[in-house]
Design a protein around this ligand. Structure first.
Ligand code: NDP
Ligand code: 2IT
Length: 432
């Protein structure tokens, strides 16, 4: 067994390891065939680290750290997003890269696990600064990526604007225009429905689970969606389409409580077009209360979609949601609920879906973008959305069945981790 104490200086990575290993069934942990795999799987294949020197609008040189963690490619090319946020460090990227191995296996598409990024903060930077940063970042990264090697994509702080700058820089430095990035804007070979994919996907997953466990759906439900970035916005859109009412959302500064329901297009314009803050929504809408960011978990709701960032929802927050009668919590972000919060949901028979399963819609459509680029095809929005729906339904069905077989149909953490670990372990054994 691995010694978790060894990772105490990498707290996020240590938590991800703990979540995985504490949930593996005895039959997996004690399987002699898996003993070496259990040790090997926690070591990334490669970690690439570099400095990123770029010039700000005042003409001053700035330096940031850049990283790519290529964790495991037994299931296909290294695949996973790039995160630009001041908190980014190796512990966070190893946690995200480790999660990605299993998430990508769940999609059934041929993708290995990776993650990368930088402690660069795009917030408050001009387009010119973001462009110069992306060019400098790609100048260091381009030799290590490519359609047959490693295909980075969007994540927190990286959206269509950043991918455009990164892809243009990749083409210039490498002289190639292969599918070395996904989440590309449409004119650069991106896929329809990639922007929507993670938010739509987590909602499709929720519909499957609500039907299975509670014989219900989202119609008339009061819903909390935390965050207000890419994942949160398109979760909001799909929840409304499914008849739910999203009454609260947040960013890292504030939450808004809107008992009448948040209007998708108004918030989209504020966040995507104007790059504004969520509290500005109250300037143009009636009956909106602005709260501190964490106040989001005090609000009474039937269903919650944490879609902002890791560990945003702790045990105390979970207690409040449970007291307020929540029936389902579906992670759009990567590990937004602490392990303690997740345990409390399970104990109280709240449906709880771990992000590696429920937010796999984004990387799934990235996989479909690779497929389209490879075949020189452009699929309709409806075709991609249908594939996304069937992938999410398949993920739910596989992990639900595993959870049930292992003794508790509500334990989707156990279901996802055992199903995906066994799948990856068998591939590693077959590779030798
Ligand atoms: P964005 O950068 O588009 O949005 C992030 C949102 O989260 C912003 O509203 C941000 O607010 C908010 N946020 C960040 N930190 C905090 C905090 N400490 N408290 C409250 N809110 C916070 O990122 P994405 O929507 O792309 O990603 C969100 C999550 O989903 C991440 O965990 C990411 O790894 C995961 N994910 C993303 C996928 C994708 O396709 N994009 C796929 C699968 C998972 P502020 O503006 O104040 O920082
Ligand atoms: O966490 C994730 O799954 C993502 N950020 C999406 C990765 C991808 O390759 O599309």
């Amino acid at each position: 067994m691995i010694d978790l104490a060894k990772y105490s200086n990498e707290p996020e990575f240590q938590t991800a390891l703990k979540e995985m290993f504490a949930s593996l069934d005895e039959s997996v942990l004690n399987n002699p065939r898996y003993q070496k795999i259990l040790e090997d799987i926690v070591v990334p294949d490669h970690i690439i680290q570099f400095d990123v020197r770029w010039v700000d609008d005042q003409g001053k040189e700035q330096v940031n750290h850049g990283y790519r963690v290529q964790f495991n490619n037994v299931n296909g090319v290294y695949k996973g997003g790039l995160r630009f946020h001041p908190s980014v460090n190796l512990s966070i990227l190893k946690f995200l890269g480790f999660e990605q191995i299993f998430k990508n296996f769940l999609t059934t598409l041929p993708m290995g696990g990776a993650k990368g990024g930088s402690d660069f903060d795009p917030k408050g930077k001009s387009d010119g600064e973001v462009k110069r940063f992306c060019q400098a970042f790609m100048k260091q990264l381009y030799p290590y990526i490519g359609a047959d090697k490693d295909v980075p994509a969007v994540d927190l702080g990286v959206g269509g604007r950043e991918i455009r700058f990164l892809y243009e820089a990749y083409k210039e430095y490498s002289g190639k225009s292969d599918c070395s990035l996904t989440g590309k804007p449409l004119d650069l070979g991106g896929s329809l429905c990639r922007t929507e994919a993670t938010g739509f996907g987590v909602t499709y997953f929720a519909l499957e689970a609500l039907k299975q466990y509670k014989n219900t759906d989202l119609k008339g439900k009061k819903v909390i969606v935390s965050g207000s970035g890419n994942v949160a916005l398109y979760c909001l859109k799909k929840v409304i389409e499914c008849g739910g009412k999203v009454i609260a959302m947040n960013d890292s500064s504030n939450a808004i409580y809107c008992p009448d329901g948040i209007v998708f297009e108004d918030l989209r314009v504020l966040k995507e077009d104007k790059r504004g803050r969520i509290k500005e929504y109250a300037d143009t809408h009636k009956n909106v209360t602005v709260l501190p960011s964490k106040g989001i978990w005090d609000i009474q709701a039937d269903v919650a979609f944490p879609c902002a960032t890791q560990f945003e929802l702790n045990e105390e927050d979970a207690k409040k949601l449970i007291q307020n009668g929540v029936i389902g919590v579906f992670e759009g972000a990567n590990m937004p609920c602490t392990i303690e919060a997740a345990k409390l949901f399970l104990k109280n028979r709240v449906i709880y879906a771990p992000g590696k399963a429920s937010n796999a819609g984004g990387v799934s459509v990235s996989g479909l973008e690779i497929e389209q680029n490879g075949k020189g095809e452009k699929w309709s929005f409806e075709k991609v959305d249908k594939r996304l729906q069937s992938i999410m339904a398949n993920i739910f069905s596989n992990i639900y069945k595993t959870a049930k077989d292992l003794g508790d149909e509500y334990d989707l953490v156990k279901g996802a981790n055992n199903y995906a670990f066994i799948g990856i372990a068998e591939k590693m054994l077959a590779r030798g």
